[in-house]
Design a protein around this ligand. Sequence first.
Ligand code: ADP
Length: 231
Amino acid sequence: MRIAFIGPPGAGKSTQARKLARALPHWNTSPRLSTGELVRAQIEAGTDLGRTLGGQYERGERVDSATILSLILPRVRRAGGWILDNFPADVAQARALDEDLEERGSGGLSRVILLEGPSEEDLIQRVLDGRVTSQATRDVYHLLNDPPPEERTDPGPFERRNDDTEESLRRNLQAYRSEAEALKQHYEARGVLSAVDARKPIDEVAEDVLEVLGHPEKPEFYTLPSNSQTA
Ligand code: ADP
């Protein structure tokens, strides 16, 4: 399957992309690709690019599209299926992805899942109230809504992201707002957009995502005519 999660910061893209990757029977052949994590990996590896990105990341600035594309497209090409987390972020990125897929004749996106519903204030509150990331697994948790598990499942430590400040979130929300309608229309016109209500509790959202995809976690999915979605 070729899936993308889009939506405002804090909507739950990373959380749901991970849950979906784990729910799929062949999830290791449909890797989750996160632009945020690709950027953070460059920073941690201390590459030249990482040093430039590090400054932008600390300041909560958006990374330019050319860099994002240079990080993600090679990974997209390498795998037949994937779950994209927070990419494409705008129509220019969506077009670049479409063109790359077309050139390779590998088929377009199976579905784009739009996570939305919470107000901007609720999204900010949600993140500031307790988003933490495991330094061991990079999994995202929430101190109140999705507390980190016991040590043998994920040893942590669980830390807040440097860019999880109100100022940075507001800037990212504004950037999302200015792109959201065009991005939605782009995928709506291609008939692949499905909205899921991100106000519900995490597990209910995960159920709704599986529903929208036709329950790919069930073996029947691979024997139904919707087989074409599984490439
Ligand atoms: P995004 O990737 O869209 O920025 P995250 O997946 O990081 O969003 O989720 C933001 C924070 O909110 C995380 O701490 C996550 O555990 C929590 N969260 C995600 N989805 C929900 C939800 N439906 N209800 C409550 N909290 C949620």
